[in-house]
Design a protein around this ligand. Structure first.
Ligand code: NAD
Length: 498
């Protein structure tokens, strides 16, 4: 991986301004951002109130690659005050000017593509090509979409004798996970800024470096002081303080269902807006007549990308009884191509590795058959949080491995008898984030997709669309991100009658 072999540790920034320290050995554009020893509040890098730090570890080498401050409730309070102070000015800024800042941020982020990719590669463990093509390029595309939308969105409309105004919700508390660290930040911050909101971000403790890089990008793009603030810190400390802060008008959270439930309850008690992007256990439904080899191969690629750490991954593969054995054979053979340390990166940390391996053992105990992979460490990998890409056959829909989100490179293959059976299995979890349907033709696949209780369905290998609304049915979440629907989350409406 890019820079993955480097174990040098940043000595931090010199005081409050947080100059960028890079590893001189890593060289050129692909240098890793190693961490400001400061929080970004009110347009400046400032020291944290306490002296706690969070070490950032490269999951491929288990070496510390940088560190950031562990912000506290006091820091969150300072940041929320800065965001509140900046709110009237930013909300009143003409949308075209907000769009210009977002467009400048897009250009600056694109110019730092190699650094973004190297940083995400180092703190998440993503293979370099995937880090560049997805972790760096997707946020750039989303920023571009909101730069355009800020300029063109009808923030006012006539409805009969009324003028309906769409106004910013206010101060946004954004709490993000580590699996797509920059994408999940941009999917909240870009629409919030386009809407005229101000933001306090608490990124995941495993991947704070790219969040700091993004704060530098926004500052360089000319975003006024206090409009975006960054407090790194632990979830139950800084995250909880942000979710509970009375100065926050909307909490937008992506992460586990357990924490999401808690944040939803806190927001509900305060009658505060909340958006939740939670887990998934999405179904890849291969209908009779579909191109089986393609559906299986694309399905595996979908799960193994990002080491299985994708909330929308199609982790349940549903195949009709007649072609089930053939599908299992294709999957077992194809999984051999995902070599850990090469095409397949590590998972994010030791806890996640142990959790995923625990689920693989549990699947065996439940009576499912491992046809590729298994719970042991991959051969020859002495360090790094690697898991063998694993495929289970003979999986019953009620097994834990078919119901619970594993968040690792594990696919479960379930046999169905007919389309009604497939639908019952596909809809038979508490989740409903995404899915795929493969049919003999588009029409039959769409007919099936219409009956799925889920927020996004890819038809016969349809491509990800950063403008399409993304979000969950059932316990996969509340609200939508991306595109116009994502912008709407950060707006509230006022009607003036004439
Ligand atoms: P998490 O929910 O614990 O963490 C997500 C974010 O919430 C982080 O920034 C964390 O610091 C913060 N947080 C944690 N506790 C908090 C609290 N009490 N109050 C406020 N904020 C808090 O998720 P995780 O530990 O990173 O991962 C655990 C599981 O969550 C994964 O195994 C996976 O199943 C799921 N997950 C889902 C997604 C998704 O996109 N849907 C992303 C990451 C993780």
């Amino acid at each position: 991986m890019a820079d993955g072999g480097s174990t040098g540790r940043a000595d931090g920034t010199d005081g409050a301004d947080g100059a960028d320290k890079r590893d001189p050995a890593s060289g050129g554009d692909g240098a890793i951002h190693r961490g400001h020893q400061a929080l970004f509040i009110g347009g400046k890098w400032v020291p944290a109130a306490g002296d706690g730090t969070i070490e950032v570890v490269d999951p491929a080498t288990e070496q510390v690659i940088g560190s950031v401050p562990a912000g506290t409730a006091l820091d969150v309070d300072t940041a929320v005050r800065a965001a509140r102070a900046a709110l009237p000015g930013w909300a009143a800024t003409p949308p075209a000017d907000r769009a210009a800042v977002l467009a400048a941020a897009r250009d600056l982020l694109a110019a730092r593509r190699e650094e973004v990719a190297a940083t995400v590669s180092a703190e998440l463990g993503a293979p370099p090509a995937f880090a560049a093509a997805v972790h760096a390029d997707l946020p750039t595309a989303v920023l571009a979409s909101y730069a355009e939308m800020a300029a063109s969105h009808p923030f006012e409309e006539r409805v009969g004798n009324s003028r309906v105004l769409q106004e910013p919700v206010g101060v946004v508390g954004a709490i993000t996970p580590w699996n797509y660290p920059l994408h999940q930040i941009v999917a909240k911050v870009a629409p919030a800024l386009a809407a005229g909101c101000t933001v306090v971000l608490k990124p995941a403790e495993d991947t704070p470096l790219v969040a700091q890089l993004f704060a530098d990008v926004l500052a360089a793009a000319g975003l006024p002081a206090g409009v975006f603030n960054l407090v790194t810190g632990l979830g139950p400390v800084a995250g909880q303080a942000l979710a509970e802060h009375p100065g926050v008008d909307l909490v937008s959270f992506t992460g586990s269902t357990a924490v999401g439930r808690q944040i939803g309850a806190t927001a509900g008690a305060a009658v505060k807006r909340v958006a939740l992007e939670l887990g998934g256990k999405s179904a890849n439904v291969i209908l009779p007549g579909a191109d089986l080899a393609r559906a299986v191969n694309v399905g595996l690629a979908n799960v193994f990308a990002n080491s299985g750490q994708t909330c929308s991954a199609w982790t349940r593969m549903l195949v009709d009884a007649e072609r089930y054995d053939e599908a299992v054979a294709i999957a077992a053979a194809a999984t051999a191509k995902y070599v850990p340390g090469d095409r397949l990166g590590p998972v994010v940390n030791a806890k996640q590795r142990d959790r995923v391996r625990g689920y693989i053992r549990r699947g065996q105990e439940e009576g499912a058959r491992v046809v590729a992979g298994g719970p042991d460490a991959p051969e020859g990998m002495e360090s790094g949080y690697y898991v063998r890409p694993t495929v289970f056959a003979d999986v019953q829909p009620d097994m834990a491995i078919a119901q619970e989100e594993i968040f690792g490179p594990v696919v479960v293959m379930i046999r169905y008898q007919d389309e009604e059976d497939a639908l019952r299995i596909a809809n038979g979890t508490v989740y409903g984030l995404a899915g795929a349907v493969w049919g003999a033709d588009e029409e039959s696949a769409v007919a099936f997709a219409r009956r799925m209780d889920t927020g996004q369905v890819d038809i016969n290998g349809g491509r990800f669309n950063p403008l399409a609304p993304f979000g969950g049915y059932k316990q996969s979440g509340v609200g939508r991100e991306l595109g116009a629907h994502g912008l709407a989350e950060y707006l509230q409406t006022k009607s003036l009658q004439f």
